[in-house]
Design a protein around this ligand. Structure first.
Ligand SMILES: C[S@@+](CC[C@H](N)C(=O)[O-])C[C@H]1O[C@@H](n2cnc3c(N)ncnc32)[C@H](O)[C@@H]1O
Length: 210
């Protein structure tokens, strides 16, 4: 199910043409060719806007794939920032460092291969943004691990929280309950002010307020 009318999605995407850069286009082409689930241009640009809006200098991603979402966060934090990418697949580390290096965006990047929640636990300190895009069954544990690691005034962001409409009870699959649990925990958390941006497949935007 399309959350946003495809014509509207297409229009919103068309406003982002000025971001066309050879490496970004290459990454988008790889995702298209392999059917690899990157966030895509509209969510990518949203991640950069949100990270810049909170003045992010220290960001961690849970589930980075080959670095597409990292591309946008790297632009946001700048070369003097800190961007931790995580993925279970070492081939994604190789690809991400190659792509981001060629795009001139590898400066702030450290890539951690292994379980993303474990990698977060091994890092010290708070983050301006924690972004979650791991396997959906892991969303509740990722939130539990992340919620105390975002600084007050920082953001927890998470992709696919509408799960193509399945969270409404329509045609649920085995991953839907974990996403529903994740979303409900965040909505009820008084340390956060949160909303789902229904862009693409739903982006959770949760601002830590205390
Ligand atoms: C949806 S893709 C990420 C796409 C990426 N955020 C982007 O938009 O470019 C999910 C990635 O997370 C990784 N992954 C899933 N569960 C994980 C986990 N528990 N720990 C580490 N990596 C995980 C997968 O290997 C996959 O590359």
């Amino acid at each position: 199910m399309d959350i946003v009318d495809p014509a509207v999605e297409h229009y919103v995407r068309s406003l982002l043409d000025r971001h066309d850069e050879p490496v970004l286009l290459e990454m988008e082409a790889e995702a298209e060719a392999r059917g690899f689930p990157i966030v895509g241009r509209t969510v990518g640009a949203t991640l950069e806007v949100l990270a810049r809006a909170v003045g992010a200098r220290r960001v961690v991603e849970l589930g980075s794939g080959f670095g597409y979402s990292g591309y946008w966060f790297s632009k946001a934090v700048g070369p003097g920032g800190e961007l931790h990418l995580t993925d279970g697949d070492p081939e994604n580390q190789r690809k991400a460092l190659d792509y981001l290096g060629r795009a001139g965006l590898a400066g702030p990047v450290s890539f951690h291969v292994g379980d993303a929640v474990g990698s977060l636990g091994a890092l010290e300190g708070d983050f301006d943004v924690v972004y979650n895009d791991i396997d959906k069954e892991g969303y509740p544990d990722a939130w539990r691990a992340a919620r105390g690691r975002v600084r007050v005034g920082g953001l927890y962001l998470c992709d696919n929280v509408l799960w193509y409409g399945r969270v409404t009870g329509r045609d649920p699959d085995e991953r839907t309950p974990a996403i529903v649990e994740h979303n409900a925990m965040i909505a009820a958390d008084e340390h956060y002010l949160s909303v789902v941006d229904p862009i693409r497949d739903g982006l959770m935007v949760a601002l830590r307020i205390e």
